[in-house]
Each structure stands twice: as C-alpha cells, then as structure tokens.
Design a protein. Structure first.
Length: 108
C-alpha cells in the first residue's frame, strides 16, 4: 500500500493550488503559509499517528511539503527550502507523526 493512494496526493495538490491561487491576491507569503498549515497539512497528516508509516512514505509526505514551500517562496534549492521550513516551524513529517503518537499515548 502506498501512502493511502495517489488520489490523496492529488487531493493535497488540488487543495494547495486552490489556496495558493487565492492567497496570492493578498501578496503575502505568510498568509499562504498559514492557509497551507491550516488546510493542506491537516489533509496529508490526518490520522498518521495511528499508522506505522515507512521511511519512503514519510519522505513522500516531506516532498509534498517541500514542493509547497518551494512554490510559495519561489525557491528551488533544498537548503533554501529547509531554511524556510525551519523559520516557519514546519518540521518534517516524521517529527510530527512521532509527537502525535506520544501525545496519543499520554492521553491513555
């Protein structure tokens, strides 16, 4: 099984494209990032704490995030993308899923 399936990736990119197009009118990258965080990240990270995700799936999730950040800030090199993610507090998918798993365990 791939990351749920290719249709979920298409939903992510479709949602991101819509949000990105609408937020560009505001002429602010931060509005685009916050909209991305509110809608798109929740879409691709939904219930990931309940799954045992492989490294390749986590890498694919990070690639989705990286492509969105690259488009928002018009950067292409990996170092610039990582710099943007660090300053915007957009950690990699593995960190997010592990923190959610710990939170879920602490609730029980």
């Amino acid at each position: 099984m791939g990351w749920r399936n290719w249709q979920d990736r298409m939903k992510f990119y479709r949602a991101f494209s819509c949000i990105y197009a609408k937020s560009r009118a505001a002429n602010s990258e931060l509005i685009s990032v916050e909209s991305f965080r509110s809608y798109c990240l929740t879409l691709i990270l939904y219930a990931t704490e309940a799954l045992d995700l492989s490294k390749s799936v986590l890498s694919m999730l990070d690639n989705c995030i990286n492509r969105a950040v690259a488009k928002i800030f018009s950067v292409n090199d990996r170092q610039s993308i990582q710099y943007c993610r660090l300053n915007l507090n957009l950690p990699n998918a593995e960190v997010v899923t592990e923190s959610r798993k710990k939170l879920l365990k602490n609730c029980h």
